[in-house]
Design a protein around this ligand. Structure first.
Ligand code: SAM
Length: 344
């Protein structure tokens, strides 16, 4: 191992299969891994135009990332989502996916992406073991897309979506953050996409983070309002039965639609009871809750050469103390990182 960790290939024998459980009995089997803090866009609600990225030496190397994912898998993580920043800009992404796919216990790998690099990457990623993608599309208007992303080209994103479908990265989910004054007037057009496509269109409430929090608080649109706007135009939304309580998006369908709609109401209708998620930031911190700053610096433990079993024990202890939920209603806003530095 180049990182100095004493890697123990023996799975911890004396632990039950899923030891990642918090004090409330929630099982944590889903790890969102930010593979980079870099992005090729600068969405206005996500990061400032002059965003300063962390020096590469502070971020996880391929080997470090794989070591930490392997540790988490041995502790019971079965699902991985690659995110960022923009995960597709990380060099070696295909090889990383291939390696993660070979880690015992990992059953599903998905990725959240802006789609720009999918025309060249979708097929190799699918062959390497990526199962599906969420693609962020906040607007169907090319001029507005450019405005929201500061320079993005919407046609390139559609090309990425086509490439994802051709490569079998399905079902494709589309993430749209609803932002007042930018795209709240487009909820109906976005929802209409589900009529003829087997996609899930997910409407996300804007969440406040650090320096961008003020904007987010002013521009948040509740899922209830978005649902009402859609129903007024397109008719009633039918809840899809069988919702397991873990997916942050509550699923609905318009009558006769091929696809579905999802509403991620982190701010106004939090879904913390069903949370099964942990996050690994690009600089190797295990974040216990998206909207709370508490983290365990796994990469520094690894670089200090801590024994893998000792790292596992620290993870188990931290995860046990995962906060129940976020503190937005009481005015507690995460200050240490922006969404792009956590991995959405
Ligand atoms: N670059 C990739 C992308 O565009 O999908 C992955 C990272 S991005 C941070 C992941 C998701 O978080 C995107 O759908 C993005 O729109 C969403 N997002 C970013 N900032 C957000 C915020 N403040 N509140 C809610 N969602 C946010």
């Amino acid at each position: 191992m180049s990182n100095g960790a004493v890697w123990n290939t023996r799975p911890i024998a004396d632990l039950p299969p899923s030891v990642l459980q918090d004090r409330f009995g929630r099982q944590l089997n889903y790890l969102r891994v930010s593979v980079t803090d870099r992005c090729n866009l600068r969405c206005v609600y996500c990061m400032p135009e002059d965003m300063k990225f962390q020096p590469l030496r502070e971020l996880m190397s391929d080997q470090e990332l794989l070591t930490l994912v392997r540790i988490m898998a041995e502790l019971g993580v079965t699902k991985i989502r690659l995110t960022g920043g923009e995960p597709a800009v990380r060099p070696n992404l295909v090889e990383l996916v291939r390696e993660i796919n070979q880690i015992p216990g990992i059953q599903e790998i998905s990725m959240t992406t802006n789609g720009l690099l999918l025309p060249q990457l979708a097929e190799p990623l699918a062959r390497a073991g990526l199962d599906r993608v969420n693609i962020s599309i906040d607007t169907l208007d090319p001029a507005k897309f450019k405005e929201i992303t500061r320079w993005g080209n919407l046609d390139a994103v559609w090309a990425g979506l086509e490439a994802a479908e051709a490569a079998g990265l399905c079902p494709v989910k589309i993430n749209a953050v609803v932002t007042r004054g930018f795209n709240d007037d487009e909820a109906v057009d976005l929802a209409r996409l589900s009529l003829n496509h087997a996609w899930q269109i997910r409407f996300i409430e804007l969440m406040p983070f650090g320096s961008e929090a003020g904007f987010a608080q002013e521009a948040v649109v509740s899922s209830a309002e978005t649902r009402e706007t859609i129903e007024a135009e397109l008719g009633p939304l039918h809840e899809i039965p069988g919702y397991d309580g873990h997916d942050p998006a509550r699923p609905y369908r318009l009558a006769g639609a091929r696809g579905s709609l999802g509403f991620i109401s982190s701010v106004t209708e939090p879904f913390c009871a069903g949370c099964n998620r942990l996050r690994l930031t690009a600089d190797g911190s295990l974040r216990l809750c998206l909207l709370r700053d508490g983290e365990l610096g796994l990469l520094s433990l690894l670089r200090q050469g801590l024994d893998v079993d000792a790292i596992k024990q620290q993870i188990i202890t931290s995860v046990y103390d995962k906060p129940w939920g976020h503190g937005l209603p009481g005015g507690e806003i995460p200050q240490l990182r922006l969404m792009s530095q956590i991995g959405g």
